[in-house]
Design a binder for this molecule. Structure first.
Ligand code: FER
Length: 245
């Protein structure tokens, strides 16, 4: 199905583990940079959530998967308004009790930012290997393994075989993750592989410590997309959600 945000279509999938007429909580799930909602780790996490009685709403974000928008024109602001649209869509479903938010990597960062904005409606937050260093790297001019002058950002950042508009970096420079963290005092579970090559694990650990009610599950030896122990990631998420029901 498509959820429309100001005329742009977000390709989305809703999975509901209860019978018609019954109610349940729902988790909005957001993929990472260059990712999409059918990635193995996104689907596995959603299935695990469904197995413990939580509905899931996963979506392709602006410029990714089968949603509208161009990859090169995506920014964290666009993803953030996408997240707000998905949260509001979920809140409008009559079977939904509480809304939770989960995201992987850049989607984890987006979830953290959205939870700061909607702290009064997000019941719990699950950043998976959150790329919370993107704003700081953008301010240093070190995104995507590239080096650039942060005060003279190039028109196009060419990396990972794809061009990304320099506006991505300009937007990222304005974002202050610590403010979003301070504004959210609900329960937070961060799951992170300790051999993550894309987002070093210390970023996840620091974020978990910075939250008022943050918990951390380390996945030993695992990489950014949990190529080794995806089952452990799913178990950690299920265990945490089961305690909230
Ligand atoms: C970067 C490192 C990681 C970056 C983005 C990521 C835009 C995001 C990874 C992901 O979402 O999986 O330098 O720059």
């Amino acid at each position: 199905m498509f959820i429309i945000e100001d005329g742009l279509r977000l390709n989305a999938k809703l999975d509901v583990p209860v019978a018609a007429g019954e109610k349940c909580p729902l988790v909005v799930v957001i993929h990472g940079f260059t990712g999409h909602m059918e990635e193995d780790h996104i689907v596995a996490v959603c299935r695990g959530m469904n197995a413990v009685g939580f509905a899931t709403l996963r979506a392709d974000m602006y410029g990714h998967g089968n949603s509208d928008g161009e990859f090169r024109k995506h920014t964290l602001y666009k993803w953030l308004t996408n997240a707000l649209t998905l949260i509001d869509y979920a809140r409008g479903l009559d079977f939904v009790t509480d809304v939770y938010l989960c995201g992987h990597s850049q989607g984890g960062l987006t979830a953290m930012l959205a939870a700061g904005l909607k702290h009064d409606v997000i019941k719990g937050l699950i950043p998976l290997s959150p790329a919370c260093m993107i704003p700081e790297l953008a301010r240093k001019g070190e995104l995507l393994g590239l080096s650039f002058d942060p005060d003279h950002i190039p028109e196009v950042l060419n990396a990972w075989d794809r061009g990304l508009d320099g506006n991505y970096a300009r937007v990222a420079q304005t974002i202050h993750v610590e403010e979003a963290i301070a504004r959210y005092d609900g329960p937070v579970l961060i799951v992170h592989g300790d051999a993550d090559e894309a987002v070093p694990v210390h970023y996840g650990i620091e974020a978990a410590n910075a939250y008022k009610h943050g918990e951390m599950v380390l996945i030993e030896g695992d990489d950014h997309c949990y190529g080794k122990h995806l089952d452990k990631v799913v178990e950690a998420v299920k265990d945490w959600l089961k305690q909230r029901k």
